[in-house]
Design a protein around this ligand. Structure first.
Ligand SMILES: CC(C)(COP(=O)(O)OP(=O)(O)OC[C@H]1O[C@@H](n2cnc3c(N)ncnc32)[C@H](O)[C@@H]1OP(=O)(O)O)[C@@H](O)C(=O)NCCC(=O)NCCS
Length: 204
């Protein structure tokens, strides 16, 4: 199965929304660039990620938004902006699953500093993983975090990830090699949603 077919039509259209108790997870849009650059440009956020440049300019965020939308449309990624339900136009962070090879996806996420520590990323990641395992062609999701990134490791643990070793990882955007913990979560046997459930999600 080519990674292009990892995510179904449901996630490939930008009307897609995933609702959690406090959040909308939706496709990033160009109008998000300013807020994402401001929040993702915070060194305390960027320096724990593999991919956020530092500094993070509005043009960088716009390029990332374009690439994310392209990946979503092609079905080899599910990259979404997080927004409080009451303020859906104001992104507070991002989460993404990227197909790496057949049936395997890599999870990444970050949340703006003012919104951290309230359980939001655990809520978002849990919902996205449940959906992806239910409707996507995913058998396993991988993730990694720098060993000192206790918050990220805790989010992964809360979302059912199991430790999968520790190794030095080259993070060119961070300018070097950093010791990282690897995690993985396998699809639960029997995971699935009905066509009715999927329709409701698409219409959300
Ligand atoms: C990682 C990140 C997304 C977590 O978002 P969040 O919404 O604050 O996470 P949650 O509130 O859902 O959960 C965080 C958990 O980590 C725990 N935690 C946070 N900081 C901690 C620390 N220094 N030591 C131990 N535990 C810590 C929290 O107590 C919470 O666990 P609990 O619910 O059992 O109490 C956010 O901190 C972030 O964006 N960091 C910078 C970017 C980043 O690290 N991205 C991931 C790269 S791998």
């Amino acid at each position: 199965m080519p990674p292009d077919e990892m995510f179904p039509d449901l996630l490939r259209d930008d009307v897609f929304r995933l609702e959690t108790s406090r959040l909308w997870l939706r496709w990033p849009r160009l109008s998000d660039a300013g807020a994402l650059a401001r929040l993702g440009g915070d060194p305390a956020v960027a320096l724990m990620t593999a991919s956020l440049p530092q500094p993070y300019r509005v043009e960088d965020a716009a390029k990332w938004i374009f690439a994310s939308r392209t990946g979503n449309a092609r079905g080899h990624a599910a990259v979404l902006a997080l927004a409080h339900k009451a303020r859906p136009a104001e992104p507070i962070g991002v989460i993404g699953l990227h197909a790496t090879r057949a049936h395997v996806a890599l999870l990444g996420f970050w949340l703006g500093g003012p919104f951290q520590g309230a359980g939001l990323m655990s809520e978002a990641a849990g919902a996205l993983l449940d959906l992806a395992f239910a409707v996507g062609e995913i058998g396993e999701v991988h993730a990694q975090a720098r060993v000192e990134n206790a918050a990220s490791i805790r989010v992964l643990e809360k979302c059912g990830f199991q430790p999968d070793g520790r190794s030095p990882v080259d993070l060119p955007m961070r300018g070097g090699v950093f010791l990282c913990d690897r995690f993985k979560r396998a699809r639960d046997p029997g995971a699935g949603v009905t066509k009715t459930d999927a329709g409701a999600l698409a219409a959300g």
